[in-house]
Ligand binder design. Structure first.
Ligand code: ZN
Length: 322
């Protein structure tokens, strides 16, 4: 994903206007909490905000970054000495107290090439209890030249004492058109493929880009043709399908395509006159499928067998006699 500025970000217009006004007023705030759905660009927004504040061409509270100074270039390169991004480390399950202590120490230093020290925590709901408590100390007494930005898509998980000390900015989900525009900027692909990827990405830009790069558009056409007739084929065909769609390079996409297809079936049952019995059957199948698919992604279940049992249930629901 190339670096974005407030001028190039798609969506979130009122949030951009709000931040620009705060910068213009010379009051960018010490502690921010950005919350809203996963993958809509909260971190991208935070970095664009930071770039303006750190820009050397910014002495008159300009609401834009110049894009040319060494500070702007360092932000784009992801190596500004006055900005850090704290995220969960690889192979860890939480953001640790040591990471938060490092962050606090960083914020208390004198800026090296700008007016501010800026830290981003992404995603803050991943902090363990000790880390969250350590962060509270910094929030209670923020160093003069510091700005802390806390991102989360799980607002309810954060400590109330953290939330109450931050200026809160809520991010909305992006529209289909906005998602398509963003993915089109990042990936060079057919519009059909981009549309299919966006339809499956659940509003998450990074997921949409990955799906697009994996060529999900073409795959989805094949998948839909096969699953639409699954009620009328032999068991051996169902097993062959399971083998094909469970291949490691395909499996994650298969689950997404299945989930989207299930939603369509439920919508279809509701809209048709098949009655509550049909809706109930789909709902209970989807509930079971969600559980087993969730397990298949984290536990080392045999993926072919998972899909085989899923496809057999779907086929039976669609009228197969085996
Ligand atoms: Zn600049």
């Amino acid at each position: 994903m190339p670096f974005q500025t407030f001028e190039t970000i798609i969506g979130h217009n009122s949030n951009i206007a709000g931040m620009r006004a705060a910068i213009k007023a010379g009051n960018p705030g010490h502690s921010h909490l950005f919350h809203g759905p996963k993958g809509v660009g909260k971190a991208t927004f935070a970095k664009a905000f930071a770039q303006i504040l750190l820009c050397k061409d910014n002495s008159d509270n300009s609401e834009k970054s110049c894009g040319r100074c060494t500070s702007c270039q360092n932000m784009v390169a992801g190596q500004h000495p006055d900005f850090i991004n704290v995220a969960m480390e690889e192979e860890k399950t939480r953001i640790s107290v040591d990471q938060i202590r490092d962050l606090s120490a960083f914020l208390s230093l004198t800026p090296m090439e700008s007016q501010w020290k800026i830290a981003l925590i992404d995603d803050a709901s991943q902090m363990n209890a000790q880390a969250a408590n350590a962060l509270l100390k910094t929030l209670e007494e923020p160093p003069d030249q510091s700005i802390l930005i806390i991102n989360t898509y799980r607002y309810g998980v954060l400590l109330p004492t953290i939330k109450s000390r931050c200026i809160k900015t809520r991010f909305s989900g992006l529209s289909q058109e906005e998602l398509i525009d963003i993915v089109t900027k990042v990936v060079d692909s057919s519009s059909e493929n981009i549309q299919q990827a966006v339809a499956l990405c659940g509003g998450d830009v990074a997921q949409g880009v990955l799906l697009c790069e994996s060529g999900v558009g073409e795959e989805r056409g094949v998948f839909l043709r096969e699953i639409e007739i699954i009620g009328g084929v032999d068991l051996s065909v169902v097993c062959t399908m399971a083998e094909y769609w469970s291949k490691p390079e395909r499996f994650a996409n298969t689950l997404l395509m299945l989930k989207a297809w299930f939603q369509e079936q439920i919508r279809g049952s509701v809209n048709s006159n098949k009655g509550p019995e049909s809706i109930r059957k789909w709902l209970s199948l989807v509930k079971w499928a969600d559980e087993i698919m969730g397990q298949a992604m984290v536990v080392n279940l045999n993926k072919r067998l998972v899909l085989e049992s899923l496809f057999i249930k779907v086929a039976r629901l669609c009228g197969a006699k085996f």
